[in-house]
Design a protein around this ligand. Structure first.
Ligand code: BES
Ligand code: MN
Ligand code: ZN
Length: 491
C-alpha cells in the first residue's frame, strides 16, 4: 500500500472524511456541495454512524458528471489510537472494494490531529492493508485487493518525519507476520535464518550457531527438543547498536522459535495441529522488532536471539523421562516432550547472558495453552522479577496496541516442578500451567538480571479480524518491544 502525505486533496478516488464522535451534524465536510453535505449526513444517520473510532459510513455522490464514493470515518475522541483505528477501518472497507485510490482529508476535522496521530493513522492503513497471497494462484478477481494508494491531506507539520519513524515499525510487523504465516515446510530453522539475513543490510550484526556450536556450548535442553527433527536447529543472534558503541550491555530479547510443534513423542491430537506452525511467534516478534529498530535507526543497543528448532516424533526423538543437561548445568527431567518451549528458551537465555551480561532480558513465547484459557485473545501474560520492568512493558504495550496482563511468580510454585531424579522437571500439574512454565524459566535467569517473560500464546494468531489485522498472523510484540525500547533505552 502506497501511503503519502499531500497538500491538496486529489479529486479522484474515494474521499474519506473523518468525523469525531457525535460530530456529524456540526462537521464541515470539505470538497462537497451543500446538497452532498446534506446527503452525507442523512446517509450517515441511516447507517447509524456516530463517529465512533473504527466505524464507517458509505455513500456515493454525483461528482464531475460521474459518481464518487465518499466515506465518513469515525475519529472517535481523536486519540492517537482512534486515528489508527480510523485508518484501519477505512482500509478494511476499501481493500477489495474495486477502488484503487483514496484520500483522507483531515482539513475539516473538529479535533486537529497531532503529527503522532497522523503517523498512527498511516500505520493503521499500512497494518490493515497487509496481506500474504503468495500461495493463492486462483484467487477470484473479485476477491483480489484493489486498493493501491491512500493519501492523507491536511496533516500538520512534522507528520512526515513521525510517519517515517512509524513506517519502520510497520515493516517490522509485516516481517513478523510473514514469518508467522509461512508454513513449516517453508520456514524452518535454517530458512528462518536465511530470511533474516536481509537485516545485515540495515546494519544488524548476525551470528548463527548451528548444531555443532550448540553441542560445544552444552545446550542439551535445546538439542534434546531438536533431536527428532531432520531440520538442523539454529540459534540466531541479531545485534543492533545504534549508539555507536556508547551503550553497553545491550537490552536482550529472546524468542521461542519452534517452527513446528507436533508435541514430539507426547504427540498432540490432530485437530488444530496445523496451528503449531506459528509456535515460532516469539522468535518472529524478535526478528520483526530488530528490523523495526534498525530501519528507524533506533538510538539503542539491542540483541535479539531466536531459538529455532522443530519438535518432531521420530525414532531418534527424546522420550518422556529422559534427563537432559542444560547449558547452565542444571539437569531437567523431560516428563512431557510437548513442554518444549521452556527447554529451548532456557539454553538460549543462558547463552545470551553468558555472552552479553545484560541487565534487562525479555523473552517472548507461545509457551502455554493455559495462557489462552486464562486471558483468551485479548492480552498476553507477563511475568517478571522486577516491578519497574513489568510496569514499563505493560505501559509500552498499552500505548502501542499490544496489551499485557501481569501474572505472579512465587517460590511457592517451585515444588510443582521438583523432579525425583533431576534438578527440575519440565512440567507441573494442570493447575497454574502458565505460572509453572514461568517459574521454570526463572531458574535460568542470572542474579541481578531484570527479566520479564511474555506468554503470547493467545496473541500471535487471530481467528477473526481485529482492528489492525485481518484473521491470521497479528505481528504481536513488535509494536510493544519497539515502544519499550524507544521509551526506556533511547536518547
Ligand atoms: N506451543 C504450545 C503452547 C500453545 C498451545 C500455544 C496452543 C498456542 C496454542 C506448547 O509447546 C505446549 O505444547 N504447551 C503445553 C504444555 C503442557 C504439556 C505442560 C500445553 O500448553 O498444553
Ligand atoms: Mn509443545
Ligand atoms: Zn510449543
Amino acid at each position: 500500500m502506497a501511503i503519502s502525505l499531500v497538500t491538496a486533496s486529489p479529486t479522484t478516488g474515494t474521499l474519506i472524511l473523518p468525523v469525531v464522535k457525535d460530530g456529524l451534524s456540526a462537521a464541515t465536510l470539505p470538497g462537497l456541495s451543500p446538497e452532498n453535505v446534506a446527503l452525507l449526513r442523512s446517509a450517515g444517520a441511516a447507517q447509524r454512524f456516530e463517529g465512533d473510532a473504527g466505524s464507517v459510513s458509505d455513500a456515493f455522490v454525483v461528482h464531475d458528471g460521474g459518481t464518487r464514493r465518499v466515506i465518513l470515518g469515525g475519529a472517535g475522541k481523536g486519540t492517537v489510537e482512534d486515528f489508527e483505528k480510523l485508518g484501519a477501518a477505512v482500509v478494511a472497507r476499501l481493500l477489495t472494494s474495486g477502488e484503487t485510490e483514496a484520500v483522507i482529508d483531515l482539513s475539516g476535522l473538529a479535533i486537529k490531529p497531532s503529527a503522532e496521530a497522523v503517523a498512527r493513522l498511516a500505520s493503521g492503513i499500512a497494518l490493515r492493508g497487509w496481506r500474504y497471497d503468495v500461495y493463492r494462484t486462483k484467487l477470484p478477481e473479485k476477491q483480489k485487493p484493489t486498493l493501491q494508494s491512500v493519501s492523507i491531506c491536511g496533516a500538520p507539520d512534522g507528520s512526515a518525519s513521525a510517519w517515517d519513524a512509524a513506517r519502520g515499525v510497520v515493516e517490522g510487523v509485516a516481517f513478523t507476520r510473514e514469518l508467522v504465516t509461512e508454513p513449516a515446510n517453508i520456514v524452518f530453522p535454517v530458512s528462518f535464518v536465511e530470511r533474516c539475513r536481509k537485516l545485515a543490510d540495515l546494519g544488524v550484526e548476525i551470528e548463527v550457531l548451528g548444531r555443532s556450536e550448540m553441542e560445544a556450548a552444552g545446550m542439551g535442553a535445546l538439542l534434546g527438543v531438536s533431536q527428532g527433527s531432520v531440520r538442523e536447529p539454529q540459534l540466531l543472534v541479531m545485534r543492533w547498536d545504534g549508539t555507536g558503541g556508547k551503550k553497553s550491555p545491550p537490552v536482550v530479547l529472546v524468542g521461542k522459535g519452534v517452527t513446528f510443534d507436533t508435541g514430539g513423542i507426547s504427540l498432540k491430537p490432530p485437530a488444530g495441529m496445523e496451528d503449531m506452525k506459528w509456535d515460532m511467534g516469539g522468535a518472529g516478534a524478535v526478528a520483526g522488532t530488530m528490523l523495526a529498530l534498525a530501519t528507524r535507526k533506533a538510538n539503542a543497543h539491542v540483541v535479539g536471539v531466536c531459538a529455532l528448532v522443530e519438535n518432531m516424533p521420530d525414532g531418534n526423538a527424546q522420550r518422556p523421562g529422559d534427563v537432559v543437561t542444560s547449558m547452565s548445568g542444571q539437569t531437567i527431567e523431560v516428563i512431557n516432550t510437548d513442554a518444549e518451549g521452556r527447554l529451548v528458551l532456557c539454553d538460549a537465555m543462558t547463552w545470551v547472558q553468558k555472552k552479553y551480561s545484560p541487565k534487562v532480558m525479555v523473552d517472548l513465547a507461545t509457551l502455554t495453552g493455559a495462557m489462552i484459557i486464562s486471558l483468551g485473545f485479548e492480552h498476553a501474560g507477563i511475568f517478571s522479577n522486577d516491578d519497574d520492568l513489568a510496569e514499563s512493558l505493560i505501559k509500552a504495550g498499552k500505548a502501542a496496541g499490544d496489551p499485557l496482563w501481569r501474572f505472579p511468580l512465587s517460590p511457592a510454585y517451585d515444588k510443582l516442578i521438583d523432579s525425583p531424579i533431576a534438578d527440575i522437571k519440565n512440567v507441573g500439574p494442570r493447575e497454574a500451567g502458565s505460572i509453572t512454565a514461568a517459574q521454570f524459566l526463572q531458574r535460568f535467569v542470572d542474579d541481578g538480571v531484570k527479566w520479564a517473560h511474555l506468554d503470547i500464546a493467545g496473541m500471535v494468531w487471530a481467528s477473526k479480524p481485529g482492528a489492525v489485522w485481518d484473521k491470521g498472523a497479528t505481528g504481536y510484540g513488535v509494536r510493544l518491544l519497539n515502544r519499550f525500547v524507544a521509551d526506556n533505552f533511547e536518547g
